[in-house]
Design a protein around this ligand. Sequence first.
Ligand SMILES: NC(=O)c1ccc[n+]([C@@H]2O[C@H](COP(=O)([O-])OP(=O)(O)OC[C@H]3O[C@@H](n4cnc5c(N)ncnc54)[C@H](O)[C@@H]3O)[C@@H](O)[C@H]2O)c1
Length: 219
Amino acid sequence: MNRLDGKVALISGAARGIGAETARLMAEAGARFGGLDILVNNAGVFLGMSLEEATLADWHRVCGVNLTGVFLGTKLSAPALRESGHRSAHGSAIVNLASVAGLVGSSNDPLYSMTKGGVTLFTKSAALEFARKGYRIRVNSMHPGTIDTDMGDQVLAIRARNLGTNDLEPARQQTLNRIPIGRMGTVSDIAKGIVFLASDDAGFMTGAGLVVDGGITAQ
Ligand SMILES: NC(=O)c1ccc[n+]([C@@H]2O[C@H](COP(=O)([O-])OP(=O)(O)OC[C@H]3O[C@@H](n4cnc5c(N)ncnc54)[C@H](O)[C@@H]3O)[C@@H](O)[C@H]2O)c1
C-alpha cells in the first residue's frame, strides 16, 4: 500500500522544478483522478530585485502569483477538500510552498520574502479557520532552502550580480559555504517532504511549517 493510494492531488505550477517532481512522486505513491484530496500551491515566481529597483508593476506581478494564487487556490479548492476530508481518516490536505525567505529576511529579494512571509502566516490562519469550522482540511507549509531548479539558477544569478560578476561560480561557492549540509537541495528533497505533509503520516500536523534547507536557518 502506497502512502497516497486512492487520493487525488492538484498541484499548481507542475510543469517543471519542484512541482513536476512532486507530481511524479505522488503518482508513484498512489494518487489518481476523480474528486480532490490534496492541493499543493506550488506555483511561484522569484523577482530578484532590490527595493530600489522594483516597480509597483513588479510587486503586482510577484504578489499575483505568490499570494493571490495561494489565496484563490485555497478558496476555490476548499469545498471539494472539505467534502473529501470527511471521508478520510486524517482529513484532506493543503501544502503551500513558502520558503526559508518566508521565515528570515532576504537581502537579495525583499518583495519575494514579503510574499513568502505572507504564505507562512496564511498557512497557519487557514489551518485555524478550517479547524474552527470543523472542516477536516489540514494546511501546512514547506520551506525550501536553495534548490537546484530554474528558480535556484535565478537566485544564483542575482547573487552573482550582487557580487559584481556574471560568473555563477563565486555565487554557488558563497551559497554552499552558508549551507551546513554542504550542498544545494534537489527537487526530490522537497517533493518527499511535500508528499509526507500531504499524506496521512502527517495526520496530526496542521498550521505547521516543514523546513528543508540543509540547515541554513539553524544558524
Ligand atoms: N528553487 C528554490 O530555490 C526555491 C526555494 C524556496 C521556495 N521555492 C518555491 O517553490 C515553488 C516551486 O519553485 P521551483 O524552484 O520549482 O520554481 P521553477 O521556477 O522551477 O518552477 C515554478 C513553476 O511555477 C509555474 N508558474 C509560475 N508562474 C505561474 C503562474 N502565473 N501560473 C501558473 N503557474 C506558474 C511555472 O510554470 C513553473 O512550473 C515556488 O513557489 C518557489 O517560490 C523554491
